[in-house]
Design a protein around this ligand. Structure first.
Ligand code: AMP
Length: 182
């Protein structure tokens, strides 16, 4: 199930584009204007619930930090557990870690080793607000694999399809972007 044109327009119109943030040349997609718009937020979350209710999922994994907002709300709607995939140094228990390349330097994300339960093969939906180069999402998919769980799909509100992130991530898992910018 994908968005119909009316739903897509409501969500698209609610997202604000800020040129040259956080630095020159980047157009930042600001989802705070989606979140404070009750109609757009409701259309979005109802769509995600309808799409994923029959995926037979066990957990929703949200990527630090905006993936937490959508992921935690969706997990509750689907009566599933929520797992945060966090930036390095925030999780208190033993973790798996993955480094990934940024434009300058590297970053690192981590997940608790027992986050998806003791039974192997838990079915996980990964979610974040946006996929650009795909570095973050790729590292998150590897973390889910390390735990023995299965990333059934990676979901993003916005996909920047002029970059290779979506294409590369599709080698690992199914990818669903509600809105694609080409
Ligand atoms: P990437 O690893 O390059 O796919 O970047 C994805 C992460 O960076 C996501 O967690 C996004 O929230 C954030 N991000 C990257 N580019 C943008 C952008 N143009 N607007 C808003 N967030 C972005």
């Amino acid at each position: 199930m994908i968005l119909n044109n009316e739903q897509r327009k409501i969500i698209e119109d609610s997202i604000r584009s800020i040129p040259d943030f956080p630095k020159k040349g980047i157009v930042f997609k600001d989802i705070t204007t989606l979140l404070n718009n009750k109609d757009a937020y409701s259309v979005l979350m109802t769509h995600l619930k309808d799409r994923y209710k029959d995926y037979n999922l066990d957990y929703i994994a949200g990527i630090d930090a905006r993936g937490f907002i959508f992921g935690a709300a969706l997990a509750q709607m689907l009566e599933l557990g929520f797992v945060p995939i966090r930036k390095k140094g925030k999780l208190p228990f033993t973790t798996y870690n993955e480094k990934y390349a940024l434009e300058y330097g590297v970053d690192e994300i981590e997940v608790h080793i027992d986050a998806f339960g003791e039974k192997k093969g838990a079915r996980v939906l990964m979610i974040d607000d946006l996929i650009a180069t795909g570095g973050t999402a790729n590292a998150a998919a590897k973390l889910i694999e390390h735990t023995g769980a299965v990333c059934v799909e990676a979901c993003f509100i916005i996909g920047l399809s002029f970059l290779d992130g979506i294409k590369n991530l599709k080698e690992k898992t199914d990818v669903y972007c509600l809105i694609e910018e080409s």
